[in-house]
Design a binder for this molecule. Structure first.
Ligand code: NAI
Length: 246
């Protein structure tokens, strides 16, 4: 059975590049009407939407701002219709060891990665609950499960996303809204390009499948969780990491 999302409206945050853009591309490929929301310059988001084609639209939004989230959702719903699938993908890193981590770096990461997920979910969930249908997929990380030296802020934010996912899954299950998380391992994107070659080689040795993941590996898990094939799955964390964490 192939996955068919024909007519479903999908909002992907952080959708202008990397994993978010690939999620948009794969879901659009399955027939969905896709909106990419991002904090970067609108022309950049538009270029990604144009690249995806199939009627994908670009929306400017900073997920840390609840008003931006409300405005973005209104814009998507006017243009494409009620949102069926929300993918909370926007995320940042500000790595550093705990004793050297600034308040600003702690707060910036928690604000985007965790509060951003709360902000967007709260706005979108309201309509989904009324319609008694919907899917929410939150992009967490394996470091939210294992921890990682140098990422106290990031791993705390992603552990928070996992706890949030399970709670919201319990709250919304009776309304037909399914909420899951995808926890990627080491995925080759702009976010990880900053790592020195030596760190990449060390990480590679920890991956049983012997390669970094690509954005498509994560997008495929999101595609599945957004589809009718996953209609009995909620509150779960799907790890996409080549076997790194077992
Ligand atoms: P990326 O840095 O290439 O893309 C992140 C996107 O989020 C960018 O387009 C950025 O503009 C957007 N964004 C940042 N702050 C925002 C805000 N306040 N409002 C709206 N959009 C905002 O990163 P990548 O690698 O594509 O990561 C996507 C998600 O996957 C993130 O949540 C990240 O934490 C997660 N992840 C990535 C892994 C990797 O190895 N690349 C591993 C595990 C999780």
């Amino acid at each position: 059975m192939s996955i068919d999302l024909s007519g479903r409206v999908v909002l992907v945050t952080g959708g202008s590049r990397g994993i978010g853009k690939e999620i948009g591309r794969r879901l659009a490929g399955a027939g969905a009407k896709v909106a990419l929301a991002d904090v970067v310059d609108e022309a950049q988001i538009q270029a990604s939407a144009d690249e995806i084609g199939r009627g994908a639209i670009a929306v400017s939004a900073n997920v840390t701002d609840p008003e931006h989230c409300s405005a973005a959702v209104s814009r998507v719903e006017e243009a494409l219709g009620p949102i069926d699938v929300l993918v909370n993908n926007a995320g940042i890193t500000r790595d550093g060891l705990l004793i050297r981590m600034s308040d600003a770096d702690w707060s910036a990461v928690l604000d985007v990665n965790l509060k951003g997920v709360f902000n967007m979910t709260k706005v979108v969930a309201r309509g989904m609950m009324k319609r008694r249908a919907g899917r929410i997929v939150n992009i967490a990380s394996v470091v939210g499960i294992t921890g990682n030296a140098g990422q106290a802020n990031y791993s705390a934010s992603k552990a928070g996303v996992i706890g949030f996912t399970k709670t919201v899954a319990k709250e919304l299950a009776s309304r037909g809204v399914l909420v899951n998380a995808v926890a990627p391992g080491f995925i080759d994107t702009d976010m990880t390009k900053a790592l020195p070659e030596s760190a990449r080689e060390t990480l590679l040795k920890l991956i049983p499948l012997g390669r970094l993941g690509g954005p498509g590996d994560v997008a495929n898990a999101v595609l599945f969780l957004s589809s009718d094939l996953a209609s009995y799955i909620t509150g779960q964390v799907v790890v996409v990491d080549g076997g790194m964490v077992m």
